[in-house]
Design a protein around this ligand. Structure first.
Ligand code: SF4
Ligand code: SF4
Length: 193
């Protein structure tokens, strides 16, 4: 994981989980089942870990009978983003979830479970105990990136007013550090905020 994700996980209030078990009972991934199996065949750690515990539902309809709200929520989000493809979408359920929503391998559960939700951009089931906190964390991250962009603009102005090589060198160094901050959020769309 990157520095940003590590920091996020370090401060995540685990007590917000209300142990409803929904994120174990019906989940999906951005990769198709075929892609996951291909990655598993190449010993990809994430794919191997995922397919070790999660079993695919035979159809979207079968997953819907288990958690309709969750399935429809995912489909709506994918449609909003223009990423919905019925043929690529598979839902899975964990074989270690007990009827009382407890995890039967809790102490040995894989890293992907320990890290869930792994970033403020993780899609959680409606009503998940983390929902409100994740929203606030996303807003905080966006504020950080916007401030960093403002700082870059100020430095650009400063640069245009100076010809002193020492000053320009210092500005370049600060610019580099600020750009690094923006890059930490790159995979979550920091260039669009
Ligand atoms: S959906 Fe949210 S509240 Fe429910 S078990 Fe998963 S993390 Fe906890
Ligand atoms: S291993 Fe445990 S925590 Fe992980 S998805 Fe399964 S039931 Fe949930």
């Amino acid at each position: 994981m990157g520095i940003y994700e590590d920091n996020y996980l370090a401060k995540r209030p685990q007590e917000l989980c209300n142990m409803c078990g929904r994120c174990c009972r019906v989940v999906t991934t951005s990769k198709s089942y075929e892609e996951l199996k291909a990655l598993q065949a190449q010993n990809d750690e994430g794919a191997c870990e995922f397919l070790k515990i999660f079993v695919p539902y035979p159809s979207i309809e079968a997953a819907r009978t288990v958690d309709k709200e969750l399935v429809d929520n995912v489909i709506n989000l994918l449609k909003e983003d223009g990423n919905y493809d019925e043929n690529r979408l598979t839902f899975y359920g964990c074989k270690y979830l007990l009827d009382n929503n407890m995890c039967s391998i809790y102490e040995q559960r894989p890293t992907l479970c320990v890290h869930c939700p792994a970033t403020p951009w993780s899609i959680v089931p409606p009503g998940c105990g983390f929902e409100g906190w994740l929203f606030l964390e996303r807003e905080k991250a966006k504020q950080t990136v916007r401030k960093a962009k403002e700082d870059l603009l100020e430095l650009k102005l400063l640069k245009s007013k100076s010809s002193d090589p020492e000053v320009l060198k210092k500005i370049a160094s600060v610019e580099h550090k600020i750009q690094h901050t923006i890059d930490l959020y790159k995979k979550y769309g920091s260039y669009d905020w």
